[in-house]
Write a protein that binds this ligand. Structure first.
Ligand code: ARG
Length: 296
């Protein structure tokens, strides 16, 4: 039995490979039921986080940090990843949008959300165009070379979506000798990175990379790929929307989500990280997550 080595290296703390018997909750689809509007998320680009004590001016100087745009916290994301970030009309909503709004509120900044391809987020952070990348982004050693990650605020699991009648019945089928599946992923996500290492580079199949997870799922529906490897929560919401698909019970790997920030802006990093720690400690983050994800 071959446990994919790249996985073990990538996230040494993970122990939840195939052994994990937890049942995926097919019913935990929250993307439709969470239309409850959020004061911040629903205003999207200009969600108004409270202003600092405006008397003595400028929160930036006061706290010693600078932001990409003065007075704003600019969040880079890829709003095609429900329930973490997705479009509701022309607004970007979801767990990450609300977390960013809460952080911005603590720092006396207005939240601005910039939507982009997932694989552009790191560059936006590094170049200083955006202050914080919040995108259900997994902490990996390679990414840690590029950006600073805050404390983790959520856990994700890479799962496998197949058609209901699929011959693939367990994640191990993907690594089996002689396997030759076509696997759909969102480009440059961990699903892409892991399957590239564990499957494509070993000659056990090929990877079709899509700009959005939902496009990979459509490719599965139309038979262009044999399965999709993607994070569990978006998987649930995609499967709820497309008939004839299911999520395998065996999981690929468990990961930690965190916000990505520039290595150069340490004052802002400290401020955001501290704000996030406080929001974790006082239960705000959990209540945001609970609002979007049905309890297991
Ligand atoms: N957790 C995965 C990763 O970090 C996928 C994240 C995709 N996020 C998104 N907003 N599209 O690679």
């Amino acid at each position: 039995m071959k446990k994919p080595i790249a996985l073990l290296l990538a996230l040494a703390m993970t122990v939840s490979l195939a052994a994990c018997g937890s049942t995926p909750e097919e019913s935990g689809t929250s993307s439709d039921s969470n239309a409850t509007s959020q004061e911040s998320g629903s205003e999207n680009q200009e969600s108004d986080a409270s202003t600092p004590d405006s008397d003595s001016g400028d929160a930036d100087n006061q706290d010693g940090f600078t932001t990409a745009v003065e007075g704003k916290l600019t969040m880079a994301t890829n709003a095609a990843f429900p329930p973490y970030e997705y479009m509701e009309g022309s607004n970007i909503v979801g767990i990450d949008a609300e977390i960013a709004a809460a952080i911005a509120g603590k720092l006396g900044l207005e939240l601005q959300i910039d939507d982009m391809e997932f694989d552009s987020i790191t560059e936006a952070i590094k170049s200083g165009k955006a202050d914080v990348g919040l995108a259900g982004m997994t902490v990996t050693p390679d990414r840690q070379e590029e950006v600073n990650f805050t404390v983790s605020y959520a856990t994700g699991v890479q799962v496998v979506i197949v058609t209901e009648d699929s011959a693939i019945t367990s994640v191990d089928d993907l690594f089996a000798e002689g396997a030759s599946h076509v696997i759909g992923v969102q480009r440059n996500t961990t699903g892409d990175i892991y399957t590239t290492d564990d499957i494509e580079k070993k000659g056990l199949g090929s990877i079709d990379r899509y700009s959005k997870g939902a496009d990979a799922v459509q490719a599965l529906k139309t038979g262009k790929v044999d399965c999709v490897v993607i994070d569990n929560e978006p998987a649930k919401s995609f499967v709820a929307e497309v008939e004839g698909l299911k999520i395998l019970e065996t999981e690929y790997i468990t990961e930690d989500y965190a916000a990505a920030m520039s290595k150069d802006n340490t004052a802002l990093y400290e401020a955001v990280n501290t704000a996030l720690e406080e929001l974790l400690a006082d239960g705000t983050i959990q209540s945001i997550i609970d609002k979007y994800i049905a309890a297991e």
